[in-house]
Design a binder for this molecule. Structure first.
Ligand code: SIN
Length: 356
């Protein structure tokens, strides 16, 4: 039996929107909003300032107060976990956030969590939590492309939709979700595809999981890969994560970046290769030399879609490299970091890349 099935069934049977309490009235779901900064909490000089504004300035209670409609769909409570522009996200912030998320998910009076976040690294935080959050309760990450002061700011509707999804029975057991622009995407597949437009978050080729239309949460697909309750990873005792960096492939690439990373003593390198994750001959040798020093190597692709094929143009068995499956380089970095908290065995790590 799928180990996630029993807790999911239990949560569904207890869900406030299904269960009648003593007075035969359904209560609204309790949703905690954890705020971390970003453009959704940004402010600009005028209503048309959509570039050159200051992200991460508006506190969580002001974000909640700006959307009184939230009260109709959930009992919300806000908490400012930190206040940063998400390009400044670090492993330490992730550990802090994940620990708080897991504490809250254990509380019987919490039905779901929304995390407000900058869009630049939103997909990375989402995938990190997808691997380490320990509950079937919904966790939804949301951001905005326009600051809160902008004409037609997208933050308020995105926040409303995220709370609606986090409090819904439909989102139970679906892993960490990203809700932007009326769409629900899986943390694993979603990526930011445009530097500035509101419809930037997409799951290219693999597609959205569902939509929010009015007050309706509509799912059409399930995430197929292991996540949350069904994940083998546990960061509850960690105060540091392994050091994994990304090297980028391009025409005329030299071995300088890979050698520099190896000399810096990293634990792992994700190579964002060209095409099918390919390094040039010189970078392949640099990666092999790094591997000989004990550094884990994952080949991903700068292309952003498709499966990186094992033992195709690179003999991964001979080199003892791992391939990233369909994970983009920034998400492959996260899985490698988390994998390294458990093992350095490349066969085991390859299994993880095929399962998560
Ligand atoms: C950030 O990622 O914090 C700034 C950009 C954004 O939220 O859109």
């Amino acid at each position: 039996m799928n180990i996630g099935f029993v807790p999911i069934l239990f949560l569904l049977l207890c869900h406030p929107l299904l269960r009648a309490d003593d007075t035969s009235e359904k209560r609204l779901p309790n949703v905690v909003i954890l705020a971390t900064g970003g453009t959704i909490a940004g402010s600009g000089a005028t209503s048309t300032t959509t570039v050159g504004y200051k992200p991460a300035t508006v506190p969580v209670q002001a974000l909640i107060d700006a959307v009184p409609e939230l009260k109709k769909v959930a009992t919300v409570q806000g908490e400012q976990v930190f206040q940063i522009a998400s390009q400044n996200m670090t492993n330490e912030y992730w550990l802090k956030l994940a620990k708080r998320v897991n504490e809250l998910l254990q509380q019987p009076d919490v039905d779901g969590i929304v995390i407000t976040h900058g869009t630049d690294t939103l997909e990375e935080t989402a995938y990190f939590l997808n691997l380490v959050a320990k509950s079937a309760k919904p966790v939804v990450i949301v951001g905005a492309m326009r600051p809160s002061t902008a004409l037609s700011a997208d933050g308020p509707i995105n926040l409303y939709n995220a709370v609606l999804v986090a409090g819904s029975k439909e989102a139970v057991g679906r892993g960490v979700l990203v809700c932007m622009n009326d769409q629900i995407n899986s943390a694993r597949d979603v990526t930011k595809t445009n530097t500035s437009t509101a419809d930037t978050f997409k799951s290219p080729e693999l597609g959205v999981l569902g939509y929010i239309q009015g007050d309706r949460v509509a799912f059409y697909r399930l995430p197929a890969r292991r996540h949350t309750l069904n994940s083998e990873f546990d960061i509850s005792g960690a105060d540091k994560l392994p050091n994994v960096e990304i090297a980028y492939g391009f025409a005329n690439v030299s071995r300088t970046t890979v050698d520099a990373l190896a000399a810096a003593g990293v634990d792992g390198i994700v190579y964002a290769g060209v095409g099918d994750g390919n390094p040039s001959e010189v970078t392949e040798q640099a990666l092999a030399d790094a591997r000989a020093k004990g550094i884990l190597i994952v080949r991903s692709a700068r292309v952003g879609n498709g499966i990186v094929a094992r033992n195709s143009e690179v003999n991964d068995d001979k080199r003892d490299f791992v391939v990233s499956d369909t994970l983009n380089p920034q998400k492959a970095r996260i899985l490698l970091m988390i994998a390294l908290t458990k093992t350095k065995d490349t066969k085991e790590i390859q299994r993880m890349f095929y399962e998560y």
